[in-house]
Design a binder for this molecule. Structure first.
Ligand code: FAD
Length: 491
């Protein structure tokens, strides 16, 4: 049988795979997506961020479908965390002038959310084959040239493509074909035990759709409303507490809930779901890792296949969809003949690593705050001899990838032209009493949030969005339609 040929073949139909395949197919290229499950399928990762919903999903053309799906609206997060004994809330609330309508995200059943994205990919021209498990890549000289897969009937196939994208999540081994190694974080090595409850308590309005995250002695709980009555509840325990989730899972979860008064209170009248998809108590390692290279000639990693960082700030689907967008821009530029592979994919990797890195460092500080934040920040200021506050010194030191002049200039430009978004960042950073939550004061963290806003604005305004500066010296800028990269030409 002759080998089928495509411009791009994607492994995995999660958010990363659906995003990259759709955005490449929308430029008229031939894209095949291979997914080993038949959708809808279960996945964890239910709390989304606004830049996914209003940025990437709008570019994909699914924003209205998501709005119609009736997912609970997440206006922000409520935390019982750090030194403060009472829960504190941050809100995505923004100016109604521009970003007011995008000041929220959704809490989603991933089986439904992922299927919306995958069916949209099909409608946009992606050939989707479910029940097809990729078994390996084909190579010629130094280049990846295609994939081998086994279909639902057990028949083996080979396809050729100019680009192979691994969006197969954190369980497959396909990523190793890109070369390099998967580096695991020593800092984030936790285990999660999670299940679903009916009739759990809700936060008071207008925050009833917020994620509630509660630190306790063994780790922390997430409490995510997935409908008026169903709640996703997970305990994330530190590696040294791993024995707490061994043995009988029901008993283990009950004991962990009993350790945490706030979650006990919220679940006092609740009943755990014990049948169907949500009836299982599941355990997942949430170890953080990143691959040393995100691409090689002919092959690109996106989403969890490339990297993962601790789930406390719900960054997984954001990183999956954002990396899908970055990869699509690079591949669209190469296939159009506008840029060479190395230039385009170097931009992809640099931006993706930067986003991952800032979340990573942000999260390190978040956990350290729980223990001894003041001495840690003071130490960072001392070693850097930084003129900024102690906290800023800390985040800017460990978020070094973000501290290039051009990146700061870009954020300044975005902020200059989007006062509403800058105000929103401040509003998001304020607690219920209007005091700044210290972590959000960091310039680097603020900058990344502003860039998230720029993705949203580009999706909203298209070609009318303000021109951008490169994020890195000699780097590229985004095309007016957001689908490709362009060389930077100062006006
Ligand atoms: P996936 O969603 O895993 O999709 C990969 C797809 O590839 C799957 O459909 C799989 O079937 C398919 N596949 C795998 N192997 C093959 C193969 N060989 N051939 C063909 N197909 C294949 N993120 C959030 O945003 N919010 C949260 O609240 C959140 N909570 C989390 C809690 C925990 C405990 C953990 C561990 C993670 C959490 N995440 C969260 C992260 C989130 O689950 C992931 O980051 C996200 O699902 C990554 O999307 P993806 O498209 O890269 O991969």
């Amino acid at each position: 049988m002759p080998v089928e040929e495509f411009d791009v073949v994607v492994t995995g139909g999660g958010p990363a795979g659906s995003t990259v395949s759709t955005l490449v197919a929308m430029q008229g290229h031939r894209v095949l997506l291979l997914e080993k499950e038949v959708f809808p399928r279960y996945q964890i990762g239910e709390s989304l961020l606004p830049s996914t919903v209003h940025g990437v999903c709008r570019m994909l053309g699914v924003a209205d479908e998501l709005a119609a799906a009736g997912f609970p609206i997440k206006r922000g997060g409520t935390f019982r965390w750090g030194a403060r004994p009472e829960p504190w809330t941050f809100s995505f609330g923004v100016s109604p002038k521009l970003t007011g309508s995008t000041s929220f995200a959704y809490q989603v059943e991933r089986s439904r959310f992922d299927e919306i994205l995958l069916r949209n990919a099909q409608r946009k021209g992606v050939e989707v084959r479910e029940g097809c498990a990729v078994t390996g890549v084909t190579e010629a000289e130094d280049r990846v040239t295609g994939l081998r897969y086994t279909d639902a009937d057990g028949v083996e196939h080979e396809v050729a493509a100019r680009f192979v994208i691994d969006a197969s999540g954190n369980k497959s081994r396909l990523y190793s074909s890109v070369g390099g190694t998967r580096n695991y974080s020593e800092f984030f090595r936790s285990l999660a035990l999670f299940g679903y409850f009916e009739n759990g308590k809700r936060l008071p309005q207008p925050y009833s759709g917020n994620i509630l995250s509660v630190a306790f002695d063994s780790g922390w709980f997430w409490y995510i409303p997935l409908s008026d009555t169903m709640t996703s509840v997970g305990a994330v325990v530190r590696r040294e507490m791993a024995e707490k989730i061994q043995g009988d899972r029901e008993e283990a979860l009950r004991a962990l809930i009993a350790e945490c008064p706030l979650i006990s209170e919220y679940l006092a009248d609740a009943r755990r779901i014990t049948t169907g998809t949500y009836g299982e108590l599941r355990v997942r390692k949430d170890y953080s890792y990143h691959q040393t290279s995100f691409w090689r000639p002919g092959m690109v990693l996106v989403g969890d296949a490339a990297c993962f960082v601790d789930p406390v700030f719900s960054s997984g689907v954001h990183l999956a969809t954002y990396s899908g967008l970055l990869a699509a821009r690079s591949i669209n530029s190469i296939l159009a003949g506008d840029l060479d592979e190395k230039t385009a994919l170097t931009e992809f990797e640099a931006r993706y690593r930067r986003e991952y890195g800032v979340f990573y460092e942000f999260l390190v500080s978040f956990y350290e705050m729980n223990v001894n934040e003041e001495s840690y920040f003071w130490q960072a200021k001392k070693v850097t001899n930084n003129k900024h506050t102690e906290l800023e010194s800390f985040v800017e030191l460990i978020g070094g990838v973000s501290s290039g002049e051009s990146a700061l200039a870009a954020s300044g430009r975005i902020a200059e032209h989007s006062a509403e978004f800058a105000a929103a960042v401040d509003q998001m950073a304020a607690d219920d009493d209007g005091n700044m939550v210290p972590l959000f004061k960091s310039q680097v963290v603020r900058q990344v949030m502003q860039e998230g806003g720029s993705v949203q604005m580009k999706a909203l305004l298209g070609a009318d969005a303000e021109p951008e500066l490169p994020l890195f010296p000699g780097g590229l800028v985004v095309s007016p339609d957001g689908m490709k990269w362009l060389p930077y030409r100062p006006v």
